[in-house]
Design a protein around this ligand. Structure first.
Ligand code: ATP
Length: 295
């Protein structure tokens, strides 16, 4: 049995339209399914926890974006219930990283006829994430974007990714870098004027930015990208390189692979996981290898 969790507001309403098309295909193919609609933020986690508690022998399928996947993940971990995704958000970075088609019929075909694989996931303090946890500048961008009126307008005209670009520029004028101490697999690193730390299980965030292009979700390791020691203008130039995935060779960018890290900063820095706000530093982050079955 396939249990679909539909976030009608993902992609500013696109998810509901996609679900209507998916439902027609399921009926035509005589597929056994049930559907739950999320009614508020964090509801997806509760729905999944109830399904797991009822010992439903099902495959859970998200029709939504990265935020909905993040909430479902936080109800799913610990069970062996597999997850399918029909991408219907504005960013869809988890799907992009896994190579799931952004076309709904192909994504459904992958779930109905494909094989699941087991992937790593990450945990920040007590919250799981599956794509990237970002600390600092990108945490602020996520915070501002989640409250942005642009997001709704741009989603309506299918240019949702522009939300992140506009809010990136806005936060650029407000953000003050901090000094951090980060312990990665028991080794201590100190960085000054840190703009961001991206802890990546998969390459993309912010609607397709390849912040850690080589991150793989099956290698048991995070790719940790630390952007530090630069002026606003230099950071702006780096952002342009990030758009093309050409930032890796900059001397102000350090990429470290690791399994667990502890971050302390001179001022509290905002943290997001999969684009959803988790809290502020200090933070402990670790990888949980081979923890999620996904189609
Ligand atoms: N019924 C609801 N009303 C309002 N918000 C909801 C409802 N159900 C879920 N949500 C919230 O909607 C938010 C956005 O969902 P989601 O991330 O799937 O879409 P998106 O932001 O368009 O896509 P992406 O994260 O890929 O950019 C989530 O943070 C979730 O908590």
């Amino acid at each position: 049995m396939y249990c679909f969790i539909v976030n009608k507001v993902s992609g500013n309403g696109r998810a509901l339209k996609i679900w209507n098309k998916i439902e027609r295909i399921l009926i035509k193919k005589n597929v056994l399914y049930c559907v739950y609609y999320t009614e508020k933020p964090k509801h997806a986690t509760l729905i999944v926890q109830e399904l797991i508690n009822e010992k439903c022998n099902c495959i859970i399928v998200v029709v939504g974006g990265d935020g909905t996947i993040h909430e479902v993940l936080n109800g799913l971990i610990g069970s062996n219930t597999p997850l399918g995704i029909i991408p219907a958000g504005s960013g869809n970075d988890f799907s992009r990283g896994l190579g799931i088609s952004l076309e709904h019929d192909k994504a459904l075909d992958r779930i109905l006829n494909g094989e699941s694989k087991i992937i790593d996931i990450g945990i920040v303090n007590s919250t799981y994430f599956c794509t990237v946890a970002g600390i600092g500048f990108d945490g602020e961008v996520a915070y501002v974007s989640n409250q942005s009126i642009f997001k709704k307008i741009f989603n309506l005209i299918r240019i949702g990714h522009l939300t992140y670009i506009i809010n990136t520029i806005k936060v650029l004028f407000q953000f003050t870098p901090a000094d951090i101490t980060v312990v990665i697999d028991k080794k201590i690193y100190k960085f000054q004027k840190v703009w961001l730390v991206a802890v990546a299980n998969l390459p993309f965030y912010g609607g397709g930015l390849p912040i850690c292009p080589k991150a793989e979700c099956t290698d048991g390791l995070f790719d940790i990208c630390i952007v530090h020691g630069m002026t606003k203008f230099q950071f702006f130039r780096i952002l342009k390189l990030v758009l093309k995935g050409q930032h890796m060779s900059s001397p102000s960018i350090k990429i470290i692979k690791g399994t667990e890290l502890e971050i302390n900063s001179s001022t509290p820095l905002m943290i997001h996981g999969d684009g959803e706000i988790i809290g502020r530093t200090p933070a402990q982050i670790r990888i949980e290898p081979h923890s999620l079955y996904v189609f």
